[in-house]
Design a protein around this ligand. Structure first.
Ligand SMILES: [Zn+2]
Ligand SMILES: [Zn+2]
Ligand SMILES: [Zn+2]
Ligand SMILES: [Zn+2]
Ligand SMILES: [Zn+2]
Length: 244
């Protein structure tokens, strides 16, 4: 895809300019939060994800090999149930890819475009629609009661994080950093009971600390992928997030 730095979009009367957002923003297309690159009208504080600003009219996703997705500014078939994104489990409130099936699948534009594989820091992570390991943030395999949700899982299968949980984590930490610079307590670093047992409990402190070191490396890789183009502020956020 050619790289555009200025576009006109049917949803807004002014030209939108590609910028690297200095703080998290809400996308006026899909209504989800965004980090990093953004098509913006400064005058109106109007923001669109790159994925929302330049969607494909139709798309396929390997997790739904029988589904033919179309892009819509408003989901055309409400009524069966509330529209929920199959990837992150959050509501669909605006721009969406929806398949043509009667009981349609929905994907936020950013969720549709998640990278399948992340490689860096000596680890390889795969995007999965079902995982063997519980998410290290929420301690569950499913993102909610009704939705499995997608995760990044390490190739060794020991580490996994829901994409939705990493998004929340970035936001929580940004808010905490923004409103209370002294409070650096991080929920993420409290291992859940299962993981402590798996890795040998308190008798094996060394093993446990090695495990969490690796868990941070994995998390860092996912955060970098989600942020896309980390700005200085966001880079600092990653540092504070991973320094504990
Ligand atoms: Zn969006
Ligand atoms: Zn405007
Ligand atoms: Zn379908
Ligand atoms: Zn989603
Ligand atoms: Zn989770």
């Amino acid at each position: 895809m050619p790289k555009y730095t200025e576009i006109e979009h049917s949803s807004h009367p002014h030209v939108l300019v590609l910028e690297s957002a200095q703080e998290p923003y809400q996308c006026d297309g899909c209504k989800e939060m965004g980090f990093g690159p953004c098509f913006k009208c400064d005058e109106c504080n109007f923001n669109l994800h790159e994925e929302c600003a330049m969607p494909q009219s139709s798309a396929f996703h390997p997790f739904f090999c029988k589904c033919d997705f179309r892009f819509y500014e408003n989901a055309p078939r409400p009524g069966f149930r509330d529209r929920i994104c199959d990837a992150c489990g959050k509501d669909v409130q605006g721009f969406v890819y929806q398949c043509l099936h009667k009981y349609a699948h929905d994907l936020h534009p950013c969720c549709m475009k998640l990278q399948r594989t992340l490689i860096g820091n000596g680890v390889t992570l795969h995007l999965r629609n079902s995982v063997a390991t519980k998410c290290l943030k929420c301690g569950c395999k499913e993102v909610s009661i009704n939705v499995k949700g997608w995760s990044y899982e390490s190739s060794c299968g020991q580490y996994s994080y829901h994409v939705a949980c990493v998004n929340d984590l970035i936001l929580e930490n940004w808010r905490r950093d923004y409103f209370d610079r002294n409070n650096t307590a991080l929920q993420i670093m409290v291992p859940n009971q299962d993981i402590v047992q798996q890795t040998g409990g308190s008798s094996s402190k060394k093993k446990l600390s090695k495990y969490w070191k690796m868990a941070k490396v994995v998390l860092e890789l996912i955060i970098s992928a989600i942020l896309g183009d980390p700005t200085t502020l966001i880079a600092t956020l990653i540092q504070s997030l991973l320094s504990n």
